[in-house]
Structure formats: C-alpha cells, structure tokens
Design a protein around this ligand. Structure first.
Ligand code: CS2
Length: 476
C-alpha cells in the first residue's frame, strides 16, 4: 500500500480533509516538545486550521524520549491522519508539523529554539516531564535536573530535561539578541504556565542569572487548559485509516470530536489568531483548568482504578456498569462540584452531564489502563486537592477517598502479581504496595494529607468497601 506523504496527498479521496495551504511556504513559528498523540490530536490540528490563513505558524516537533514519532512521521513529511470519532468518523490529514527532531539532533533543536521565526515554544511532556516536587516547584534533586545543572558548567552543553532545554534555548536567544518567547504549557497541571515559569526561572538562576532575569522580563508563560479525549492508537485505527484514505499511515491519531483550548491572554509578542480554530483567549484560565482537572480528569482516574478493579477494560465499559456510572456522577455532583468555582458562562451541572456523555460515547475505545498510567503524578491535581479543600470546608470525603483506595489496591495487585506499572515512582510505590499505609506516607504524592487521620480512615473504609465489592463505605 502507498504511504501517506507530500507526494501522495493528491490521491486522498475527497471525503478526507487535507491541508488547504501550500506547505512549502509554511514557516516554523512553534517548537513543540512532546509531539505525542495528545498534541497531534489537538494543538497541531488547531495550528493546521490557522495555517490556511497565516503560514507563519508551522510546528517543529521535538521528542526527547524516543524516536518513535520521528521515525513514523519523517517518511511522511510530517503528515498524519486524524480520526474524529463519533457516530460517523471523520478523517483529516494534518500538515502543521513540518519535522520532528530527537535528542540525537541537539544542534538542530537549539537552532530551532533560537530562530527568529520561532515565537512560541509549547509542551505536552506529561505531568512527570516537568520534574516538579510535591509543592509544585522544580525538584533540584531530580536526576534529570541534577544532570542538567552539572552539564551546564561546560560550554556548549546539551540538556536532557525539557526545562533544561528551555533555559538553554532562551539563553541562546538572549545571546543572539532575539526577542523573548511565549512558553505555552499544555499539560494537565493546575496553574501550568505559572508553574513552568517559576521552574524555568529557578533553573536559569542556577545556570545563568542574567538569562533568568531576561526570561522574567521578556518571556510569557500563559496558563492553558486543553481538553479532548485521545485514546492511544491501535491497529484497529491503522486499518480503518488505511481503508478510509487509501494510504498507509504509520501513526494515525484518534480523538473525540469535542475539543476545547483556553489560553491565558498573555503572550510575548504576537498572538497567533488561533480563535479561527475555536481557541478561547481568556484573562483568567484557572477556573477552566480547575473545572476540567477536577470534574473530568478526577472522575476519569476514578473510573480507571475502580473499573480495572472490577475487571473492566474501557471508559465506555465503566460507564455501562450502572453502579460505577452512578458512583461517578455522585462523586462529580456532590463531592467535586462544591470545590469548583464555575468560570464565567459555564453551567457546572450541564458541564457534568456533558462530561458523562463524553465518557459514555460508544464510538470511543479509551482504555482504562491508559488513564491509569502515572497515578502518582496525576492524582494530586485530580483528586487530592479537592479532598484537601473538602476537609478544610468540613465536607465529607468518603467518596473522594474511594478512587484513592482503588489506586492503592491497583498497586497492591501489581506488586503481588509481580507486574510493573507505568509511573515514574513505580519502584517505591510497588515496594510499599503491600502496606497501603506506607504508600499514604509518601509525601511526594500526598504531602501532609497522608498524615491526616480523617483521610487515612476514609481510605481504609474505601478499601474495605472495594474488597466487599461495594462502592460506598458502610455508614459508621
Ligand atoms: C486522561 C486524559 O489519560 C488520562 O489520564 O484523563 O488524558 C484525558 O483524556 C484528557 O485530559 C482529556 O482532555
């Protein structure tokens, strides 16, 4: 079968949308770290829409951890197919990614960051990719950060971490007399832009104080909330894409039709007109972030850990389990919503109904095991902050503690069966998993909450309930 590439685009059937602009005239205005499925499903599609009217916002992708995306997309000239899942699937070839660099091309990464055309550096490197401690500031004890601090003592050093690359790239811009940039974090972290700003400046202060000052003065780190459910690519998708497009695509991407991107209106220099792609610019993004992290990602993780414990496979399966779906809805309406201040114009009750409908979408096969990755990094933002606030406000926390109990059981089962898990803290988590109280004592995950007897008791009751096959702890 012929492979998707610039030369074969003309062979696409009319029903498959393709770039409506001359790709050879596109300039790279964005350097994006972490061009994985989420970026390609969402932000790259928005830039693809924008490129039809402004050719200055092409993307150079940078994969620091693996060659997979570069190997798949380079023979395809950066092109890939995006499937929008719904009752009828729609296919669209995205052209905004011009090339993908890997860590083996440090000069090219540096040149891209320090290029006059580059005005935005964005990231989806997942929660763990920022090397933050439990307090949300840069963890200088993190091996990748320690290595970068050490390496930076040598002229012409090559960073390993994303934050290291930011400092190195921004330093090169300063020395070249170029303007500052917008650094746009697109990961699911509360206050993501501000956290990355504080982390970047902290690292720069250690490496080059002059650059730290320059970053603070000339760069902008907007907060951003990005939302679109993006199940991992599987062979079923590859086959459907081949059938629909008539071309082989080594790494197509799928997502739900729904998409939302709210960016704080705080740019260094020009703001790309992403409004044409449905992006909202807002003066305050935190309420949107909190609503999404707490009311979508929180219940997502709850469905994942509880659902896996019940032998279920996908989010839609979990929603078809009536008891579990009812639990998720009560968790959202009664326990999480009281901690969320609705952003202007958002009706929380409606938002909850919409999220539940998105979870139940039968056209989407979203594996619970995918959502279960990196629990130690996700749960603090998704459920623990809400739990802390509920405790402080004197609200019950029994239901909020149940997904945590389910996570602890998930860890215990993995340890018992000798399986590993995907989590940067896999080793200490699995080592402690046989005694859940020792996991709760991990301050890097739970902070002080792990010592709060009300929380410990609620988790204990949750574990007992789950062991008994119930989703509600027995009333005391
Ligand atoms: C999910 C998210 O994998 C996960 O942990 O909760 O990726 C979720 O699908 C997205 O944030 C939706 O925007």
């Amino acid at each position: 079968m012929t492979r998707l590439s610039a030369n074969t685009l003309a062979a696409l059937p009319a029903a498959v949308a393709q770039p409506q602009y001359d790709r050879t005239a596109v300039k790279a205005g964005v350097v994006h770290f972490g061009p994985g499925a989420f970026h390609r499903a969402h932000q790259a599609a928005a830039f693809d829409t924008l490129l039809a009217q402004d050719p200055r916002w092409g993307i150079t992708g940078v994969s620091l951890n693996s060659r997979g995306v570069a190997d798949a997309l380079t023979p395809q000239d950066g092109l890939y197919t995006l499937a929008l899942l719904d009752a009828e699937t729609e296919y669209r070839v995205i052209g905004s990614i011009l090339k993908v660099l890997t860590k083996d091309e440090p000069e090219a990464i540096l040149a891209a960051l320090a290029h006059a055309d580059t005005r935005i550096v964005s990231s989806t490197v997942t929660e763990k990719g920022y090397c933050l401690g439990a307090d949300g500031t840069l963890d200088f004890a993190h091996p990748a950060i320690k290595a970068d601090v050490e390496a930076s003592k040598t002229e012409g050093w090559t960073p390993g971490s994303f934050t290291g690359w930011l400092v190195r790239g921004l330093q090169a811009r300063r020395l070249a007399g170029l303007p500052g940039m917008t650094v746009l974090c697109c990961d699911n972290l509360t206050d993501n832009g501000r956290k990355l700003e504080v982390a970047t400046i902290a690292l720069a202060e250690v490496i080059d104080a002059e650059t730290a000052r320059w970053i603070a003065e000339t760069c902008a780190f907007p907060n951003a909330m990005v939302d679109s459910i993006t199940p991992a690519t599987d062979d079923a998708l590859r086959n459907r894409v081949a059938e629909a497009t008539g071309l082989e695509d080594a790494w197509p991407i799928q997502r739900e039709r729904f998409t939302q991107w709210v960016i704080e209106d705080r740019f260094a220099g020009e703001r790309p007109a992403l409004d044409v792609a449905g992006v909202t610019f807002a003066s305050e993004v935190r309420p949107f972030e909190a609503a999404k992290l707490r009311l979508l990602n929180g219940p997502h993780s709850a469905l994942a850990y509880i659902g896996l414990g019940r032998g279920l496979e996908t989010v839609a399966d979990a929603m078809a389990d009536r008891e579990l779906a009812a639990f998720a809805e009560r968790l959202m309406r009664d326990d999480i919503a009281p901690s969320v201040v609705a952003p202007p114009g958002l009706d929380l009750s409606r938002y909850i109904s919409d999220v539940l409908a998105r979870f139940a979408n039968p056209a989407i096969r979203h594996l619970l095991s995918q959502i279960a990755w990196d629990g130690s990094q996700k749960l603090p933002y998704r459920l623990l902050d809400t739990t802390r606030e509920a405790l402080a406000a004197g609200r019950p926390i029994e239901r909020l503690a149940l997904p945590i109990a389910a996570w602890l059981r998930f860890l215990a089962a993995a340890a018992e069966e000798g399986r590993t898990i995907t989590d940067p803290l896999a080793a200490p988590l699995l080592e402690r998993a046989g005694d859940w109280r020792r996991v709760l004592a991990m301050r890097e995950v739970f902070g002080e909450l792990g010592n709060d007897t009300r929380f410990v008791e609620a988790v204990e009751a949750g574990i007992a309930a789950l062991e008994a096959g119930r989703l509600e702890a027995l009333p005391a």
